[in-house]
Design a protein around this ligand. Structure first.
Ligand SMILES: *Cc1c(COP(=O)(O)O)cnc(C)c1O
Length: 371
């Protein structure tokens, strides 16, 4: 109390609440005096397979250049991405996680008082980035836990600079099909940026799920973001990117830190892109795990939100925070989503078969009943 600096922040920062990350394994081990090996963390949508062998080899080589600054242009990774995705390198902006790119977008285009539109229950970084720039967050009520695109289009005003769409959304796992999104993109004025956040794109084989990259030519106001944190298994290294018109990428390049992606992240991401087997295995483990968890919920009579991501959000039917705490006491870390307006729900990431089993086994006790 009484510190002038807590009162002298910018207007947006005064309303800002810090991002709540998943509880680290080491922290729970310390708190409960448990062995880290007995803790299952299904709280941050991480790849449960451990790193790709190709990535480990690339990292070892990267140590040779430890004393040098990274390649600030990310030349090699951009080349590899361009080739993989069939796009121009000038369309790519690299970030310290895709989180960084989301932040750059707001910093480049949102002045204090400008509006940023996103959905209720959508990814927490959208309001955080908006408020950090003293923009005005415009949260549109969700429909069936997902984005209500009709309402979102109606929420766009003269002051709107950016609309964020997560497809699929985290933490709800809800998704928008090709037709719905196209209708929406047609409605958005040319001078409003649409950020299509495809953090889980590589997991998805659903035919009606759209690839945003195919729309970049038709919609010059579109920015697609993706990440190496999820299926590529590089959450710790922080690397993500956006694909957009080269003019938009040029603006983002002005505001980013000169070396926002470090050498290890660059080398690892390039190697990860080249490991198709790892990606395929990750997709299979996720597909099987989603089925395992879904069946587990059904068997226990619990409602869940069908998900295309590497996580599922389920309805505990009671105070989610208490169930979360009761799972922690059994060494299982999931994610409370009260901050997302879902106080009864919990989000569980898809783990290995054994991890999913450990979670499902701990669930009845945590719910206070024998099922
Ligand atoms: C995980 C996630 C990201 C990616 O975050 P990184 O900064 O790349 O680790 C972005 N958007 C959504 C919706 C996510 O769930």
């Amino acid at each position: 109390m009484g510190c002038a600096f807590t009162e002298q922040t910018t207007p947006g920062v005064s309303r800002l609440k810090p991002y709540q990350p998943g509880k680290p394994i080491a922290e729970l081990a310390r708190e409960l005096g448990l062995d880290e090996r007995n803790i299952v963390k299904l709280a941050s949508n991480e790849n449960p397979l451990g790193p790709s062998k190709k990535v480990l080899v690339a990292l070892e080589q990267a140590f040779q250049d430890l004393t040098r600054y990274p390649d600030g242009s990310g030349y090699q990774l951009k080349q590899a991405l361009a080739q993989k995705l069939g796009i121009d390198t000038a369309a790519i902006t690299l970030g310290n996680g895709s989180n960084d790119v989301l932040d750059l977008i707001v910093r480049a285009w949102v002045s204090p008082g400008d509006e940023v539109v996103f959905s209720e229950h959508a990814f927490a970084v959208y309001p955080i980035a908006t408020l950090a720039a003293s923009g005005t967050p415009v949260q549109v009520p969700a429909k069936d836990y997902g984005h209500d695109l009709t309402a979102m289009a109606s929420a766009i005003t003269e002051k709107t600079r950016v609309v964020f769409i997560a497809n699929p959304n985290n933490p709800t796992g809800t998704w928008l099909n090709r037709d719905e999104l196209r209708v929406f993109l047609d409605k958005v004025p040319d001078n409003v940026l649409v950020v299509l956040d495809e953090a889980y794109y590589e997991y998805i084989k659903e035919p009606a799920y759209p690839n945003g990259l195919l729309w970049l030519e038709s919609y010059p106001n579109l920015i697609v973001t993706r990440t190496f944190s999820k299926i590529y298994g590089l959450a710790s290294l922080r690397v993500g990117y956006s694909v957009s018109s080269s003019q938009i990428a040029e603006v983002l390049n002005r505001v980013r830190q000169p070396f926002n992606v470090n050498s290890f992240a660059l080398a690892a991401a390039e190697a990860a892109l080249d490991d198709d087997d790892y990606v395929e295995r990750s997709r299979m483990v996720n597909r099987d795990g989603l089925i395992q968890l879904t069946e587990g919920f059904q068997k226990r009579g619990l409602d869940f939100i069908p998900s295309l991501g590497n996580f599922i959000t389920f309805d505990t039917g009671r105070d989610g925070e208490q169930v979360y705490q009761a799972l922690l006491r059994q060494g299982v870390i999931v994610r409370p989503v009260t901050g997302y307006g879902l106080p009864r729900h919990l989000r569980v990431s898809v783990g290995t078969e054994d991890e999913n089993k450990a979670f499902l086994s701990a669930l009845p006790k945590a719910l206070g009943k024998a099922v």
